[in-house]
Design a binder for this molecule. Structure first.
Ligand code: NAD
Ligand code: ZN
Length: 266
């Protein structure tokens, strides 16, 4: 049965004029990055981390200097374990290859782990930001994290970092709970959802809004093909937002889809 669904997905991908991918924490679990709410999720094991996450945005806005000082003082300050050392898995690489082949026009991810970028996806919208970057809250410019010597700024009492372009307040790029999605990615993601004729949704429970509204927006056009690839059914499956579900691991199913795609176009 899964084999038939894989062949169907490959046919749909090959026929699409404007295919896009949406991804969530599930695509990165095979790279050793836990999700938040699963059985061994970060928050399931450490409820204090969840409480801290909900407080972060308010704390940052009230006292950016204090927030930066506390964050840099914690050894796991950019959190999610060894996220910097994590490497992409087959799932990330296959999506990058589908982009290179012209089949996917862009990838919108909720993940902050920068693994799509490491895997070579070019047209990437990081909806919730990236651990690899910092962002100016005034002009929206993004900078690589290592463009700032944060430890030096801390030693010299110059936190919070300020924007080299406009002197605005610099924050980590990762979007906190309660923080608005940065305008540029929100706008481009919405445009892609309105324009696509195929959406391949990988490894997301699709419960975090406003990201979760993107498949629902696409579904308003009945002709759009929405494929879900996830370890378990989700609200998108249950509400009939997706046309069909490929149930399994992204790192195993995506390579099989690519193989079928290659057969079809050879
Ligand atoms: P989620 O944890 O709510 O859902 C993940 C889904 O993926 C689940 O349905 C799970 O069954 C499925 N899954 C797990 N491993 C899979 C695999 N190998 N193959 C296929 N499916 C698999 O994640 P979410 O929907 O992305 O929402 C969580 C929020 O937390 C997001 O907003 C994200 O920004 C953040 N987050 C990011 C990371 C990361 O950057 N890697 C990790 C944890 C959480
Ligand atoms: Zn700025």
């Amino acid at each position: 049965m899964i084999e038939q669904a894989i062949q169907r997905a490959a046919r749909d991908l090959v026929q699409a004029q404007y295919g896009i991918a949406l991804t969530g924490a599930g695509i990165s679990t095979e790279s050793g990055i836990p999700d938040f709410r699963g059985p061994s999720g970060v928050w399931t094991l450490n409820p204090e981390a969840e409480r801290r996450a909900y407080r972060s945005y308010q704390e940052f806005m009230e006292n950016p200097r204090g927030w930066w000082e506390n964050t840099l003082a914690r050894p796991d300050h950019f959190s999610l374990g060894d996220i910097d050392k994590a490497m992409p898995n087959q799932g990330h690489y296959i999506l990058a290859e589908l982009e290179k082949m012209g089949i996917l026009k862009c990838t919108i991810t909720q993940n902050i782990d920068a693994l799509h970028e490491k895997a070579g996806t070019v047209n990437l919208l990081e909806y919730h930001g990236s651990v690899a970057k910092l962002r100016c809250l005034s002009c929206g410019s993004r900078f690589r994290r290592d463009a700032f010597d944060l430890e030096k700024l801390a030693r010299e009492n110059q936190l919070p970092p300020s924007c080299p372009r406009c002197k605005g307040l610099i924050k980590t790029d990762g979007v906190f709970f309660g923080e608005p999605i940065p305008g540029d990615v929100a706008e481009q993601s919405l445009e892609a959802a309105l324009k696509c004729d195929l959406m391949l949704i990988c490894g997301t429970s699709a419960v975090v809004y406003p990201f979760a509204s993107l498949p629902r927006i696409a579904r308003q056009r009945r002709e759009v093909t929405i494929i879900e690839l996830n370890a378990e059914p989700t609200p998108l499956t249950e509400e009939g937002i997706s046309d069909y579900l490929l149930q399994g691991k992204t790192g195993e199913i995506l390579p099989r889809i690519l193989k079928e795609v290659k057969k079809l176009i050879s």
